[in-house]
Write a protein that binds this ligand. Sequence first.
Ligand code: BTN
Length: 129
Amino acid sequence: ERKCQLSGLWRNEQDSLMEISALDDDGGFQGEYLTRVTLAGGCTRISPLRGAQQQPSEVAWPTFAFTIWWNTFSNATTAFAGQCFVDASGREMLSTMWMLREAVGSLEEDWKATRVGRNVFTRKRTPKG
Ligand code: BTN
């Protein structure tokens, strides 16, 4: 099995972009996320993410999780959990599910504050390759 590496530039089916930096010794990582879609439908900014994965030396296709703080344009929080795969054609992909927590003003609105969904990320190729 070819190893799947989490670091690098990724794009999902909603055209959001994510860059994951090199992993530290504990499997922790940091990165940046640029979402193409927002709850309010308005402006977006590059937002910081932090996560952790299984030690890459131990598994070829590690599981991971990360959270995003939506830098200044939103008070929501998203948590992603997923696994890094190499598909039949040799391409790396991240299969993830996310939960998006929106801030609501009262406990009565708590029931509608969390959304769940799926995102698949593939490596974004730069024009120069
Ligand atoms: C907000 O609109 O308040 C924050 C942005 C939420 C973007 C969500 S997170 C899950 C899904 N995947 C994406 O790439 N964007 C949306």
